[in-house]
Structure formats: C-alpha cells, structure tokens
Design a protein around this ligand. Structure first.
Ligand code: DLL
Length: 434
C-alpha cells in the first residue's frame, strides 16, 4: 500500500510549496474579481485591486468573508460560475439562521476527493479496505464527501449513512468493514448497540480505524474509544463552505494536515482580526486556492485552533492544525468564565466512573447564568450506594472547578438517559433564550 497518495506534492519542500501558494493566490484574486460581482464590490470598497496582491504576505490586505456574506447573497450570489458548470449543490441545515448553499464544478469535486484520498492514504486506508460511511448522505457534505474520497483511493464504500444502527452493525460484520467514518458521538452509540447485541468490535469485527469528525471531541475521548474498541481513532476536519470533510490526521495523530496547494490557512485574533504567529490559539481563516464555483477569500470559519508549520514525522511538509477547541459561537459564558464543551468533555473523560455521554444545560436565574453538567455513570457505578454516588458527584464538580474554574451543578444520571446522536451531538442545551 502506498504511504503517500501524491508524494511529490505531499513532501514538497516548504519554500516551493509557498511559491505554489503565492502563484495560486495571485490567480485567485484576479479570478474572483473578474467573475464575482460580490468580490469586485468588496475589493473596490476596500480600495484593493488584484494587482496589489504580489506575495503571500499580501493576503493580509484582503478583506475577510464570513458566513453572513453567504446568507446575504443566498442562494448563489457569491458563485463565480454559471449554473451550467455546477455539478453538485450541498446546503447547511439552517438551524442557526438562514441556510447557506455551496456549489461545486466537476473540478471542485475532484479536488475535494483528492484531498480526502491523500488523507485516507495517510492513515493507511486504501484499495484493500472496506469503508463504512456512516455520515449522513444528502445535503450534508459528510456522506457524499467521504464516499467520493473512498472511491478515489479504490476502497469499497458502504453508504450506510447514519441511523439504522443494528443494520449498520450487521453489515459491518457481513461485509467486513475495516474502517468507519462517522461522528465520534455516533460511533459511541454504535459501540453501545454492538455490546447489547452481544458483539465486541475488538473481537468480532475487522474494524481497524475510525475517521471521526464533524463535531468537537477531545484527546481523552479518543483514548477511551481506542481502549474500548481496539481501533485507531483519527480526527477529520472540514466545513461545508470550504467543500465538506477535507483534512485528516496521519498515523502519528499529531495534528490535521491541511493541503497547502489547495488551501491557505491563517489563525487570527478573533477580536482584532490580526494574524497570530504559529503556536498561538486563534480563529481559523481559510482561503480556497483552487475552488472554481465558490472560492472563498479569508473565510472566517470561527473554529479555534493552533497552526503548527513544522513538517510532520510522516514526511509531509504541509501545515497542520491542532485539535479544534470549538467554534467561537459554541463557547458558553458562565458567570464571566468562558467554557467550551470540549474542555468539559476532557475533564469528564479523565474520571473513570463516568461514561462518555454528557450534556451541558445553561439556564438563567435572575441575572446569573447557571450551568448544569449532566453525565451518565457507568453500569457498575450506577448500582453503587447513594452515598457513593454523592461522593462521585462532588468529585466531578471539584475536577470541573479545579481545571476550568467553573462552578456548576453536577447531575449524575442513569446509563442511557442522555439522548444518543446519529450525527452531530447536541452537547449544549441553552435554555436562556427558549
Ligand atoms: O461537519 C463537514 C465534515 C463532515 C467534517 C464530516 C468532518 C467529517 P459543517 O456541517 O459545515 O461541515 O460543520 C463544520 O463542524 O466549523 C467545526 O465547528 C465542526 N467540526 C467539523 N469537524 C470537526 C472536528 C462538516 N474534527 C463545523 N473537530 C466546523 C471539531 C469539527 N469540530
């Protein structure tokens, strides 16, 4: 099995890679200026012409784009190609506002699949493998994205989509799935149902790895998944606006590789918009270097992460982003303290007596926000004496306070109480505006 999908590009010396990016950036700004009234107006208003972009550092001169721009120009006002060149549309669910529509030319789909083909190869998945695609198929980009990537590497795709969990498990056994792609929370559910059916993923299936993303998850959760199921759990990242699932870790599990010949990334201070140096956590900003239908310039994704530019042990020279903490808008502020659900998860998963299912409930009591952390206990613990459960509740509360400095009410609940998710888990129930 090849270790690299495209060794020349994946191991290209950094300076050469930067030159490739510079050339593509110059072409891109000219392209969007000539093909999109939206960008032309935006550049004109900012007093920028495509000729002002001569080097990679000039990217800073370009205005940001944000999700609201896609909403304001709904459905296709930011597109740079006529409809006849669009071979596919996807759309967001619109749960947090007006939906956004993304479009792809034939070449866009090819570049998207190539990005995934490189990622799948980097985790040792190829022609011999059977990949069960348990991300939703449809307007969501997860299912079809992974499906095309799987076919490009020549592996066999099982398009199960999400849901119908017992059938998923039967197929996993019958067709010998060696990899599964789904949200980490859905995989937890699959694991739970597997146990109920008397099957062990480690002993009774051929599964060797999971390709988990589309929602924040922690290192501690990875450890639990790997220990409980004997598979390798890899992180995959992307957003629908920049295509869908695009980037994965490699077998070193030390950051997600971002293909620099396709995307230019920056991390900025979310307050000032100023670019931050390597290693400092900030908001991820992406410029798509090769997209034709819907190129995005300095798109503020909203996810908080850290860039690591040094080449990886695997030999790939492209920059990496470290585990995503969450989106700025996932952050909850409890009595003046900022918390991300992923940080709470990391603390909870460090306590062996609690299970992997949890939810944060935020309410307002008078002028004050109140946080309740509901977490399931493991079957063994559940049968313990009430006094033991109370002790455990205190222990969890103390850990949350020590690590995150938040004071919340902890509610231990019976196994199976928290709703299971087939796609992105809803970790926060914010009752303040309900
Ligand atoms: O979730 C695309 C995707 C599908 C990625 C399958 C990975 C696997 P959206 O629905 O547009 O697209 O949501 C994108 O999900 O901005 C992050 O906040 C979050 N997200 C995605 N992957 C990760 C990850 C898809 N690995 C939004 N870790 C992003 C943390 C993630 N958050």
């Amino acid at each position: 099995m090849p270790e690299y999908w495209d060794p020349l590009i994946e191991r290209m010396p950094v300076e050469e890679l930067k030159k490739v990016q510079e050339d593509k950036l110059k072409q891109l700004v000219r392209y969007v200026y000539d093909h999109s009234p939206f960008y032309r107006k935006q550049f004109d208003e900012a007093g920028i012409s495509p000729d002002d972009i001569q080097s990679l550092a000039d990217v800073k001169k370009l205005p940001f784009t944000v999700k609201q721009d896609l909403r304001d120009t709904y459905p296709t006002g930011m597109f740079c190609v006529p409809q006849k060149q669009v071979v596919r549309y996807h759309a967001s669910s619109g749960t947090t506002g007006k939906p956004t529509v993304v479009g792809y030319t034939e070449n866009d789909v090819k570049e998207w699949s190539t990005s995934l083909a490189r990622g799948l190869t980097s985790i040792g998945v190829g022609r011999e493998d059977v990949i069960q695609v348990g991300y939703g198929y449809g307007l969501f980009t997860g299912g079809l994205g992974l499906h095309y990537g799987t076919e490009m590497v020549g592996a066999s795709a099982i398009p199960t989509s999400s849901g119908n969990t017992e059938r998923q498990i039967e197929l996993m056994q019958d067709l010998g799935s060696t990899a599964i792609a789904c949200t980490p929370s859905y995989f937890l559910h699959i694991n739970e149902v597997t146990k109920k059916m008397g099957i062990s993923i480690a002993n009774d299936t051929k599964l060797k790895c999971g390709i988990f993303g589309a929602e924040p998850w922690s290192e501690e959760m990875r450890r639990r998944i790997e220990e409980q199921t004997g598979i390798k759990a890899y992180d995959i990242f992307g957003t629908s606006e920049i295509s869908g699932p695009l980037f994965t870790e490699c077998t070193y599990q030390d950051g997600i590789h971002i293909w620099a010949d396709q995307f230019l990334i920056e991390v900025i201070d979310p307050m000032t918009g100023e670019p931050l140096p390597d290693g400092e956590r900030g908001e991820l900003v992406v410029t798509t270097l090769v997209k034709e239908a819907l190129p995005l310039i300095r798109y503020r994704i909203g996810d908080l992460t850290v860039i690591k530019s040094e080449p990886c042990k695997c030999g790939r020279t492209h920059p990496r982003i470290m585990r995503i903490l969450g989106r700025t808008d996932d952050m909850i502020i409890v009595r003046g303290i900022n918390v991300f659900p992923g940080q709470v998860e990391a603390v909870l998963m460090g306590i062996p007596e609690v299970a992997e299912h949890y939810q944060l409930i935020v309410e307002r009591e008078g002028e004050l926000d109140r946080l309740t952390v509901q977490v399931e206990v493991t079957e063994n613990v559940f049968s313990d004496k009430i006094s033991d459960l109370m002790k455990l509740e205190k222990k969890v509360g103390k850990a949350l306070h020590t690590v995150l400095n938040i004071t919340g009410k902890v509610e231990l609940v019976e196994p199976g109480t928290i709703p299971r998710s087939m796609g992105k888990a809803q970790r926060v129930i914010d009752k303040r505006n309900m």
